[in-house]
Design a binder for this molecule. Structure first.
Ligand SMILES: NC(=O)c1ccc[n+]([C@@H]2O[C@H](COP(=O)([O-])OP(=O)(O)OC[C@H]3O[C@@H](n4cnc5c(N)ncnc54)[C@H](OP(=O)(O)O)[C@@H]3O)[C@@H](O)[C@H]2O)c1
Length: 233
């Protein structure tokens, strides 16, 4: 017996647990390039501001190399920073010390309690603090977030995938929204990109639903766009 197209699409969708539990946020050029030599391709102050504002107080998920690319390797302030690494000893002590709390693969209970304490702190108008968590695989991550999703999710902050290339690629199936800042930076010879985001324009399941007005910084034009996963694919 062969599966019909829609059956096989349903089966594929079922193989993706908790699709939609995360959003990606990324800055790309028109070729979907995002980085070079462990650094961003371009720095656009307005985009940095947008990133900080959007992810304030949220859970941010990143690869170990992206954590390393932050100033001093410090996790992002007042957020829950979840870092994927297959070798936790690669996380520098200075990164751990810069956090108010450091947890290596917490249980679902520990994670829920932590999130509850943060929600209480925010309600009381207090600083929720900076948390660094390491997880050894995307399965461990999705299990942690998935179990969280089974309990009352009211008040649970958004979860943003913030890079880099390997993590965007692995976690895109779990995202339903991508906040994409598109810029027209042209790569120069000898300074070509080495990291890319998946080309959403070439993927039938994604559509660009919002496109902000064109802005400019030092000759680079950019706009804030939103892509959403189509419902019936
Ligand atoms: N334009 C943007 O918006 C943006 C945003 C973020 C990053 N970037 C750029 O992206 C580039 C970095 O991307 P990248 O792909 O090289 O590095 P990355 O994704 O930040 O980190 C890669 C590391 O993550 C860990 N990892 C990856 N997949 C894993 C898995 N399935 N399970 C457990 N751990 C896993 C591994 O760490 P271990 O080696 O420790 O095991 C791996 O070496 C840089 O140039 C950065 O500037 C751009």
């Amino acid at each position: 017996m062969t599966e019909s197209g829609s059956d096989s699409r349903r089966a594929n969708r079922q193989a993706v647990p908790e699709c939609g539990m995360m959003k990606a946020i990324v800055n790309v050029n028109r070729d979907w390039a995002i980085g070079r030599n462990g650094d961003l391709l371009v720095y656009i102050p307005e985009d940095m501001k947008y990133f900080r504002k959007t992810t304030a107080g949220a859970v941010v998920v990143m690869g170990r190399k992206t954590l390393e690319s932050f100033p001093g390797g410090r996790p992002l302030k007042n957020r829950v920073n979840i870092v994927l690494t297959r070798d936790e000893s690669r996380i520098p002590e200075t990164s751990k010390e810069a956090a108010d709390a450091y947890l290596s693969l917490p249980t679902a209970d520990e994670f829920l309690q932590l999130m509850k304490r943060r929600a209480d702190a925010l309600t009381a108008g207090e600083d929720p603090g900076t948390v660094l968590i390491t997880v050894p695989s995307e399965t461990a991550l999705t299990e942690l977030l998935g179990q969280t999703g089974q309990s009352d999710r009211t008040g649970f902050p958004d979860v943003y995938v913030i890079g880099g290339a390997s993590i965007y690629k692995k976690l895109l199936p779990y995202c339903d929204t991508c906040l994409v800042t598109i810029n027209d930076y042209r790569q120069e010879q000898g300074r070509e990109a080495d990291s890319w985001f998946p080309d959403l324009d070439a993927m039938a399941e994604w559509e660009r639903t919002e496109e902000g007005e064109m802005q400019e910084h030092e000759g680079i034009h950019f706009s804030f766009c939103t892509y959403r996963r189509k419902q019936n694919i």
